[in-house]
Design a protein around this ligand. Structure first.
Ligand SMILES: CC(C)(COP(=O)(O)OP(=O)(O)OC[C@H]1O[C@@H](n2cnc3c(N)ncnc32)[C@H](O)[C@@H]1OP(=O)(O)O)[C@@H](O)C(=O)NCCC(=O)NCCS
Length: 216
C-alpha cells in the first residue's frame, strides 16, 4: 500500500527548508496545524449527543404565521401528505394545545415541528406525540431529539403515547405499551406503540388519540 505523509508534516518540512525555521517556530507551526485539523474534524462530524444539537436552534411554540412553513416541512419530511393534512385538522380540533405544538428554528427558518395533542388512556387524560418531523437536510443532527425533549419538559407529569420507532423513542423514557398495561388504539400497533408514564404512573386502559387521527 502506498504510504502518504500527512499533509501538515509536508507543509512544515517545506516551510522549514525554505525559511530555516527555528525549533520553536516549528513547534508553534505543529500546534497551529493540529488546532486547524481539530477544528476541521469538529466541523465535519455531526454531534452524536442528542442533547446537544450541532446546529444553533431555537425552540418555541408555533404561531398562526408559521402554518405555511410547517405544511411545507411536513410535505418534505413524510412520503405522503397525510401528516400535513393531519396537522391542519388537529389545529382546528379541541385536541389542539397551542403551547404544545413546537417548532425548531435555525437561521430564521423552521426546520422541525412536533405536536402534542389531547388524548386519553381509559378515563384518564393523556397526550399523543404526533407528528414529529425534521426537514430532510437537517435530520441526524440532534434537532428531532432536542424538540422531543423540549416537548416532554412542557408536558411535565402528563402521560404520553407515541407510535413510532421504538429504539428512537426509548431514549426519551418511553416504554413499550405492554410494559405499562396500556393497549394501543389499534391492536396491530402493539409492537410500535410506546407510553411515557406521568409521575403517578399510568392506569391501564386503551390509549385513544383524538378522532382526527382516524383519517390517517
Ligand atoms: C425521525 C426524525 C424525527 C428524527 O429526527 P432527527 O433530528 O433526524 O433525529 P436526531 O438527530 O435527533 O436522532 C438522534 C438519533 O436517533 C437516530 N434516529 C434518527 N431517526 C431515527 C429513526 N427513524 N429510527 C431510529 N433511530 C433514528 C439517529 O440515528 C441518532 O442516533 P445516534 O444519536 O445514536 O447517532 C427525523 O428523521 C424525521 O423527521 N424523519 C421523517 C419523518 C418521521 O419519520 N417522523 C417520525 C414519525 S413518528
Amino acid at each position: 500500500m502506498e504510504h502518504h505523509m500527512p499533509v501538515p508534516v509536508i507543509n512544515i518540512l517545506r516551510l522549514h527548508l525554505i525559511h530555516h525555521l527555528s525549533q520553536l517556530d516549528i513547534s508553534q507551526l505543529i500546534m497551529e496545524q493540529q488546532q486547524q485539523q481539530q477544528q476541521q474534524q469538529q466541523q465535519q462530524q455531526p454531534a452524536s449527543n442528542p442533547e446537544k444539537p450541532a446546529l444553533a436552534i431555537k425552540i418555541r411554540p408555533e404561531t398562526p404565521a408559521d402554518a405555511d412553513a410547517i405544511h411545507a416541512l411536513l410535505l418534505a419530511a413524510f412520503p405522503t401528505p397525510a401528516e400535513a393534512a393531519l396537522v391542519t385538522t388537529l389545529r382546528a380540533s379541541d385536541a389542539y394545545v397551542p403551547s404544545l405544538a413546537l417548532v425548531a428554528v435555525h437561521d430564521s427558518s423552521i426546520v422541525a415541528h412536533v405536536m402534542l395533542t389531547r388524548a386519553s388512556v381509559g378515563d384518564a387524560r393523556a397526550l399523543g406525540l404526533a407528528p414529529l418531523a425534521v426537514l430532510p437536510d437537517y435530520q441526524g443532527q440532534g434537532v428531532g431529539s432536542a424538540l422531543v425533549r423540549a416537548a416532554l419538559e412542557l408536558a411535565g407529569e402528563q402521560t404520553l403515547g407515541v407510535l413510532g420507532d421504538t429504539a428512537y423513542y426509548a431514549r426519551f423514557g418511553f416504554l413499550p405499551c405492554a410494559e405499562v398495561g396500556v393497549l394501543p388504539p389499534v391492536e396491530a400497533w402493539k409492537p410500535h406503540f410506546m407510553v411515557r408514564a406521568g409521575g403517578g404512573g399510568v392506569k391501564g386502559g386503551v390509549f385513544r388519540y383524538h378522532e382526527a387521527f382516524d383519517a390517517v
